[in-house]
Design a protein around this ligand. Structure first.
Ligand code: DOR
Ligand code: ZN
Length: 428
C-alpha cells in the first residue's frame, strides 16, 4: 500500500519542515518526504493549496464511555474527532465506572482498538471514584496505559492529596492535569460573575474561583518540583499567574480551549444553555488575555474539552443545565478563524499547540512527521469558508454554541496509521 500526498504545504514543528513538498506513505509508515515523489502505483492525494500537518492531538476530551453512552461513545466520539482532524485524543476519567483502575483503562483501549477511528489515550483519575479522598493506584493506571491523571470536572480540594498526587506522579513519570476550581468561591454560581450574570439574575462564578486554585497548584508544583498541567485556563489573572510561575522556573504547562478565545459570556444572554461550560465563558478582557497567553507561549496547548451532553440535559433552566460543549469538529476552524485570520498567530504556532505540545505533555511519541514512524497526518484548507451546521456533526451530541457561526478553515483529510479516515471532508 503506497499513498503519496502531493504538493501540500507541509508544516512539521519538530523537524522545522515548512514548505511545499510530497509525502510518501508505505504500509502505514512515512516512507519519505521529498519533492517530485514517484506516484507510480500509488494512491495520490492532491494537496495543492492545502496544509499538511502532523495529526492533531487533543489533550482533553470526554468520550463518555463507559457509562454515559447516550451522550457519546468511543465510536461516535472518535468519528467526531477524526472529522475535526484529530488523530489522537486523550479522554478524561469522569466516566462510570471512573477510570481509576486497570480494568477501565483496558476496556477503553480494547474498545478503541476495535471501534475507534483515531488513537485513544485514557487519562486516569487522581482520586478513587473522583471523590477527592484517596489516591487511585497511579502506578497501576500508568502501567495499564494511562497518559495522565486528572479529576477533571472536579477540583482536588485537599492540598495534601494534590501534593501526594504530584509526588507519586513523578515516581511513575505521568503528568498531573488539574481542573482548577475552588467550590467554596463558586457556591451556587452558574455563569461568569459580572454584568451579564447580574442582568440575567443568575448567581455568578468569580474568576477568583479558578485563579486561587491555579495559585495553589503552582505553589504545590514549585514546592515538590514536580511538573503540573493546568486544564482549560480562562481568566486574565490565571494566565498572569502561570506566566509569572514559568518565569521563576516552575514546571507548569497549560491549555485553553477554542471557546475561551472565541466567545464571551454575552453568548449566555437569552439563557442560552449551549454556552454553559465550566470554567464559564468570561469577559472580553479575559478573551484578549487568553489570546495574549497563546501568543507569548504562556499557554502551551489548544485542547477541545469536547463535552457532549444529551439535549434533555441542555433544554433546562440555565441553572439546571449541564456544563460543556462538543468541540472536536469546530476546534481547528475556530483556531484558524479567530487566531490566524485575525492576525494574532501564525499557522505554525497554532499547529505547535495542537500537535507536538500536547504530545510532549502527555509523553506520546507523536505530533511530528518523521520518516520511519507510523503516519498520522491532517490536511486542511486554511481559506475555505463555511457555516457551522451542528446537524452535520458526527458526535452523538450536538451541544455547540457555534451553530450558524461563519468560519474560515476546513479539515480535508485525516490519516491515521496511514489509513485515510476522512477524505475530502467526509468520514470514510
Ligand atoms: O464544561 C465542562 N464539562 N467542564 C468540565 O470540567 C467537565 C465537562 C464535562 O464532563 O461535561
Ligand atoms: Zn475540567
Amino acid at each position: 500500500m503506497r499513498t503519496v500526498i502531493k504538493n501540500g504545504h507541509v508544516i512539521d514543528i519538530k523537524s522545522g519542515l515548512n514548505k511545499v513538498t510530497d509525502i510518501v506513505i508505505e504500509d502505514g509508515i512515512v516512507a519519505s518526504v521529498e519533492e517530485n515523489a514517484d506516484i507510480l502505483g500509488a494512491e495520490v492525494i492532491d494537496a495543492e493549496g492545502l496544509y499538511v500537518v502532523p495529526g492533531l492531538i487533543d489533550a482533553h476530551c470526554h468520550l463518555r464511555d463507559p457509562g454515559f453512552e447516550y451522550k457519546e461513545d468511543i465510536e461516535t466520539g472518535t468519528k467526531s474527532a477524526a472529522k475535526g482532524g484529530f488523530t489522537s485524543v486523550a479522554c478524561m476519567p469522569n466516566t462510570n465506572p471512573v477510570i481509576d483502575n486497570e480494568t477501565v483503562v483496558n476496556y477503553i483501549k480494547d474498545k478503541a482498538a476495535r471501534e475507534g477511528y483515531v488513537h485513544v489515550f485514557p487519562i486516569g483519575a487522581i482520586s478513587k471514584g473522583l471523590k477527592g479522598e484517596l489516591l487511585s493506584e497511579i502506578g497501576e493506571l500508568k502501567f495499564a496505559g494511562a497518559v495522565g491523571i486528572s479529576d477533571d470536572g472536579k477540583p482536588v480540594v485537599s492540598s495534601g492529596l494534590m501534593k501526594k498526587a504530584l509526588i507519586y506522579s513523578s515516581m511513575f513519570d505521568i503528568t498531573v492535569i488539574s481542573h482548577c476550581e475552588d467550590m467554596s468561591l463558586v457556591e451556587e454560581g452558574v455563569m461568569n460573575e459580572g454584568y451579564n450574570s447580574t442582568i440575567m439574575g443568575l448567581k455568578g462564578i468569580p474568576s477568583a474561583a479558578e485563579e486561587t486554585m491555579i495559585a495553589r497548584d503552582l505553589i504545590l508544583s514549585e514546592y515538590t518540583g514536580v511538573p503540573i498541567h493546568i486544564a482549560h485556563v480562562s481568566t486574565k489573572l490565571g494566565i498572569q499567574l502561570i506566566r509569572d510561575a514559568k518565569k521563576r522556573g516552575v514546571k507548569v504547562t497549560c491549555e485553553t480551549c477554542p471557546h475561551y478565545f472565541s466567545l464571551t459570556d454575552d453568548s449566555c444572554l437569552g439563557f442560552n444553555t449551549l454556552a454553559k461550560v465550566n470554567p464559564p465563558l468570561r469577559r472580553q478582557e479575559d478573551v484578549d488575555a487568553v489570546i495574549e497567553g497563546l501568543k507569548d507561549g504562556t499557554i502551551d496547548i489548544i485542547a477541545t474539552d469536547h463535552a457532549p451532553h444529551h439535549k434533555d440535559e441542555k433544554n433546562l433552566e440555565f441553572g439546571y443545565a449541564a456544563n460543556g460543549m462538543v468541540g472536536f469538529e469546530t476546534a481547528l476552524p475556530l483556531a484558524i478563524t479567530n487566531l490566524y485570520h485575525k492576525g494574532h498567530m501564525s499557522l505554525e504556532a497554532i499547529i505547535e499547540k495542537m500537535t507536538i505540545n500536547p504530545a510532549k505533555m502527555l509523553g506520546l511519541a507523536k505530533g511530528d512527521i518523521s520518516v520511519g514512524k507510523m503516519c498520522d497526518i491532517t490536511i486542511f484548507d486554511a481559506n475555505k469558508e463555511y457555516t457551522v451546521d451542528i446537524s452535520k456533526f458526527e458526535s452523538k451530541s450536538k451541544n455547540s454554541p457555534f451553530d450558524g457561526y461563519s468560519v474560515k478553515g476546513a479539515v480535508k483529510y485525516t490519516i491515521v496509521d496511514g489509513n485515510i479516515v476522512v477524505r475530502d471532508g467526509m468520514l470514510m
